[in-house]
Design a protein around this ligand. Structure first.
Ligand code: DX5
Ligand code: ZN
Length: 229
């Protein structure tokens, strides 16, 4: 996985057909997805439940790009090796999920993955100030995590602050929640490079009409063109 700040669209399979993940992943990749975003929820850290490491391992052979696993679970540390074994390329933990995020990020890198740290809307950019040399990605939540299809919360001031704190370090800024062709240019202009989108990619399409996914991805990407990152 090489580093660049070009805009990457990462469809969240939280909005896919849960009975058909293999074909859904193939469809979004064929239609131009740069990464595949996998939302793991535990019904405890967030009020919703999705899938665990065995399901993620089953997704792996279908993902030809980057498997970006977003853990919305607490605790994180007991499961890090299971997600390494499942084949995650990026593993992101929430800073709010426990008292020892520094140790968690070290353990994620130690297990051979890129380490991400996610911030809920109420958590300030400064919370990651002392973690930037230990992390490969900062995920700025623009909804309260747990569900797809929620309304975008404007976090552009936080993104700008992070962009300036990161400087020339090879750290991605990822945005998760409510990204669509209206909100994508705002976050891209503020300095984000990885745009997660669930409902805005999958809406109106299916594996049998996957050109709709392609059209939705193109609209998001096109909306960011000309913004400075
Ligand atoms: C929210 C998840 C998101 C979600 C985004 O808790 O982390 O990845 O799938 O969905 P949309 O794009 O529909 O807001
Ligand atoms: Zn997510």
């Amino acid at each position: 996985m090489s580093f660049d700040r070009k805009i990457k669209i990462a469809p969240s399979i939280l909005s896919a057909d849960f009975a058909n993940f293999g074909q859904e992943i193939q469809a979004i990749e064929t239609q131009g997805a740069d990464w595949v975003h996998v939302d793991v929820m535990d019904g405890h850290f967030v009020p919703n439940l999705t899938f665990g490491p065995q399901a993620v391992k089953a997704f792996r052979p279908h993902v030809k790009t980057v498997m970006d696993v977003h853990l919305m679970i607490a605790p994180v540390d007991p499961y890090i090796n299971a997600y390494a074994d499942a084949g995650a390329d990026v593993l992101t933990a929430h800073i709010e999920a426990g008292p020892h995020i520094h140790r968690t990020l070290q353990a994620i890198r130690g297990a051979g993955m890129k380490a991400g740290v996610a911030l809920n809307p109420g958590t300030p950019a400064e919370a990651v100030e002392h973690l930037l040399d230990l992390t490969d990605l900062v995920c700025v939540m623009t909804v309260n995590p747990g569900f797809g299809g929620q309304k975008f919360i404007d976090m552009t001031a936080k993104i700008r602050r992070l962009r300036s704190m990161i400087g020339d370090r090879p750290v991605h800024i990822e945005i998760d929640g409510g990204v669509d062709p209206t909100t994508a240019p705002l976050v891209a202009e503020a300095g984000a490079d990885v745009l997660v989108a669930g409902s805005a990619v999958f809406k109106g399409g299916s594996v049998n009409t996957s050109e709709v996914y392609g059209e939705n991805i193109r609209k998001i990407r096109a909306s960011t063109e000309g913004t400075w990152t």
